[in-house]
Design a protein. Structure first.
Length: 339
């Protein structure tokens, strides 16, 4: 059922403001005692919703189906907005658009991120983990909160290959997960009932999440001798926040309190490639997202991601001539491989 929740009641036991110093609120497991007022059915029970303060700073529209609940949130103010969640459902945050002057995003079990442009990023909050973020927005933001019932996810997991643990992640990219989340957002914003389609998309999203959790490099080292879990999260988050900058292995080693020699070996064990190659890989993946938007030129995208020359950026993102389509008797072959 679609609900327009732009005028939400104030949570009775919530503090008047969620102002809080990072030393107090951004600690793993921190909990203020504020509780959400559940609304609507959710696979036989209720799903807690994300608390937003001030509530008048956003417009909200939601749709709930079997095992899945999606809420589209559109900011109406550039003043400070805060989001908080901790519940029994898994939560996916899909940031359709958003650029902030200042702010911070934190999920229990990860390192805080101050990434300014979080457009087309995803954040995953496992059930029981604390989620908190605040934005001083530079432009209007549009977010989609997707709640998944762990019981329904277990049912879907039983019919797929076993997956790894559902680890928290902040500001990551995954094309399959994003594509399905984007479709859920369209259903939530359509303003009409489309529950069967919505529930089918929810099932597809669960399978995409299970596939993501099954990747070895997202959960644990590929072999013994790799980085500890907190070190992997810290390093990956730091690289993501500094894609356009030169990052030396020595800098990363200092962040996780290892010698450069031991860090380089442990990093390769955990990520399957050396630090520099991983950094370049993340730059290229980010470039692909920007190229799809057609908002910036190839030169601007390359420079924004730290490629000093257009030729080096093109070489990294365009397939070699040997993979280009070749002409046949009837003309040129399909160019789909270049898209």
């Amino acid at each position: 059922m679609l609900r327009n929740t732009s005028a939400l009641p104030v949570i009775a036991d919530a503090p008047a403001s969620f102002r809080c110093a990072s030393s107090r609120c951004l600690q793993p497991g921190a909990h203020t005692g504020a509780s959400s007022r559940p609304r609507g059915g959710f696979h036989g029970r209720t799903a807690a919703q994300v608390e937003i303060s001030p509530s008048v700073a956003v417009e909200r529209r939601s749709i709930t189906g079997r095992g899945t609940r999606a809420e589209l949130v559109q900011s109406t103010s550039r003043s400070r907005i805060e989001f908080r969640y901790r519940g029994t459902s898994h939560l996916i945050v899909a940031y359709e658009q958003g650029v902030r002057h200042k702010g911070e995003t934190f999920v229990d079990g990860t390192c805080p991120s101050r990434l300014r442009d979080f457009s087309r990023k995803l954040t995953f909050v496992p059930a029981g983990h604390a989620y908190f973020e605040w934005h001083q927005l530079q432009a209007p933001a549009r977010l989609l909160f997707i709640s998944l019932d762990p019981a329904e996810l277990d049912i879907q997991s039983a019919v797929t290959s076993p997956s790894g643990p559902l680890n928290p992640r902040v500001f990551f990219e995954d094309a399959s997960l994003w594509s399905t989340a984007d479709k859920l957002g369209l259903v939530a914003s359509a303003g009409r009932e489309s529950l069967p389609y919505f529930e089918a998309l929810g099932t597809v999203l669960m399978h995409a999440l299970l596939r993501l959790s099954g990747r070895a490099d997202l959960s644990k080292p590929l072999a013994r001798g790799g980085l500890a879990a907190w070190q992997r999260r810290f390093v990956a988050s730091y690289i993501e926040d500094h894609l356009a900058e030169h990052i030396s292995p020595a800098t990363l080693a200092r962040l996780v309190r290892l010698s450069p020699y031991h860090f380089s070996r442990a990093f390769k064990q955990s990520f399957g490639m050396p630090p520099h190659r991983y950094h370049t890989h993340r730059r290229i993946e980010r470039a692909k997202i920007l190229l799809e938007r057609h908002a910036l030129s190839v030169t601007d995208i390359g420079l924004s991601l730290g490629f000093n020359e257009t030729s080096s950026f093109t070489a990294a993102t365009v397939p070699p001539p040997s993979s280009w389509p070749q002409p046949d008797a009837g003309g040129w072959a399909s160019t789909s491989s270049l898209v």
